[in-house]
Ligand binder design. Sequence first.
Ligand code: B3K
Ligand code: ZN
Length: 872
Amino acid sequence: MMQQQKEKYRHDYRATDYTITNIHLDFDLNADITTVTAISTVVLQGKAGTPLVLNGKDLRLINLQIDGKEPTRYRLEEDILIIEELPNTFTLTVKTLIYPKNNTALDGLYLSKKTICTQCEAEGFRHITFYLDRPDVLARFTTRILADKKQYPYLLSNGNLVNFGDTGEGKHWVVWEDPFPKPSYLFALVAGNFDVLQDKFITCSGREVKLEIFVDCGNLERADWAMASLKRAMRWDETRFGFEYDLDIYMIVAVDFFNMGAMENKGLNIFNAKYVLARMDTATDIDYLNIERVIGHEYFHNWTGNRITCRDWFQLSLKEGLTVFRDQEFSSDIGSRVVNRINNVRIMRSEQFAEDASPMAHPIRPDKVIEINNFYTLTVYEKGAEVIRMLHTLLGEEKFQAGMRYYVSRHDGNAVTCEDFLVSMEEAVKIDLTLFRRWYSQSGTPLLTVRDDYNNTLNQYTLYVTQKTLPTLDQPEKKSLHIPLDIELYDVHGAVIPLQYNGVMLNKILNINESIQSFTFDRVPSRPIPSLLRNFSAPVRVDYPYRDKELITLMLFSTNDFSRWDATQSLLSIYVRLNVTLYQTGNSLNLPLHIVDAFRKILSNPGLDPALVAEIIMLPTENEMASWFDCVDPIAIHHVRNVLTIWIANELRDEFLTVYRSNPRGIYRIEHRDIGLRALRNCCLYYLAFGDEKLAVHLITEQYHQADNMTDTLAAIVAATAAQLPCQNQLLTQFDDRWYQDGLVMDKWFKVQATSPAPDVLYKVKTLLNHRSFNLKNPNRVRALIGAFSSNNPAAFHEVNGNGYAFLVEILTDLNIYNPQLSSIMVEPLIRVKRYNLERQKLMYSALEDLKNLENLSGDLFEKVSKALTKV
Ligand code: B3K
Ligand code: ZN
């Protein structure tokens, strides 16, 4: 049954009455039962005589002492321990029992296969001991671990190893000391048996840092790329941000069971193995780049997150938005800026915009929360990064970095707020961010409506810009925001027209800060084509009535590669929307030849980066197309995308074949040029799969068998499945036989089948739940099979018989019990009810009602389900 779960409000923040300055943790480690003794120095900082309220969940309290004696007054309530009549400073000793093996939620101390590890963000530490488990309590940690030597030869925690020894009886112990005060969410412990990749890094000031990556035995050869990425990240952070690493050791441990990507624990990152392990035959180019990005992200948290942390969890974007911005810049500086930008924008438009319009809409700094784990969202992370990016655009690199330096000098070692960050920026570079601040408090996606007027007598051109943000479930009223709008003007031949007025050259960034504004340019010789929101200069939608010809000019001649891609998206959106209507009204589709002609020109332009060509000519996913509609018809979109694919495949068959054959495979290297060539060739193969069947089967089978790397292997299988070629089953079986023991590789195999256009895909997905490589307890497997089906196969998931929804409810019924965080991630496609027509809405509401009535509904699911069921 739906319980009443309480919302917490940002405005209710209060500092704690007590703080903890030091904690000594002692673990007598065992997978079944672990004894934790925590000895903390507690200091009063509020009113004397106030009770101490500690958080603790699923703990068995064995012993409690204040200065060595049992306290006179204390009581245990649900999830808290209250101790009264306390001195102003005292030593608190808490002994608890915990059960790692039973911890299927993977929150706190748990067992991942044979490794014991922790996940403490956001509130996992309270599953380990009673504590002030909140980010504004910063303590020095020492950790002693005692465990069986054979099972757990490696015993790790944060900071430096200061002591170790044997107790005899097959047990050994270690003591780790972290010199940096930290909040409990950054605590980590790992015990297990590993192969270790060792290296070192000399920092800019000449200090040597030991680097260690711990992987399952036998996986050492798959850790090289992660190590190389770590060293690149460390160097980049010194060069671009001036941030040097601060401990003498940096460790990364890869585990198989992990709810998210990775965790930035001080000195001891714990990673989902997916973001560490790579070998050319097991990982795709995209996997390699993701590993580099996530390794970078967690490393960058050392300054933006660990040294300066969040005062409370409402401030999460303080560390996450900023750190995503930093990892995006890292990937762009060392790889392809345009490809990175395109991929970030794809996610913003297809995923974050959908979240911003969903029942879970929230500002990047949320105001109210039931379960904080529900707010590790695309809004807090990706939109948060876009907000930092806008600030960067407005200030420029130099001033932005000056602001960063000032922020760090003021707040190093503290737990602070987004407001503190903004004030630092304002003070450092003397800028007023009053209006800009609204990005932190307003949810929803603004729409910029742009209209124009050309006066050919005066050679003047005027842009009229209005901004409007529609109400969201959390906020009915919206205000105007400060939106940097990056523009350029082109003539019909594709030449840039300089921006000027009255003899003054104008900035390409227009400051939109009112609901209606106009901008006039003179010396504009002819009616120009505006290139709007270049580089996606703000997380907004733009409406401008482009004609096809204008978009094609931008596609072919824009000086900015991002704009070439973006113009293609706009052009496709016109025809996808038109054809969906034609399909829905039973008319034949309209397939415009000028799109194919433009694609042909792009394909045959040798001056273009192959990676960009691939981004341009590969049709957007069905989810990306869905973002172009107010009411989404997944079946119609699927049909239109399929017809467009076949049509382009036939029209450009010769060109695809030529490009496919003219880019022979060479030695496998992870370098931008090679990655781009592979992407382009595999994009051609995808289209060829929809052409002549005999040729397609030949090319795909040949590529599958000749490939020496997973990028090409997988591309062959993806193409065969997408086009439903007769060779698909054979290839899938061969892949299964080769890789069934390797979960990470099999995730690709599960995903391909879960996103198949086959009419019986749901039946297939259900069958795969029993596959030898599947495990409902492993979050990676669940995402690869069930997540891919419900999120990436919209036509199947949203079939109007409601079977997709019923299937998800069945799975969530189990997941809700043993892994609430995962269940809450998986429910997302079901809560976006309002995007669909009434027939689907009815089915979705009924599925949500079933979830609402679950016994023991977790707070995680409750928050989303109850919001989705709120009628407005
Ligand atoms: N900070 C972690 C995420 C923790 C999620 C907790 N549910 C990883 C990251 O953003 O770097
Ligand atoms: Zn992060």
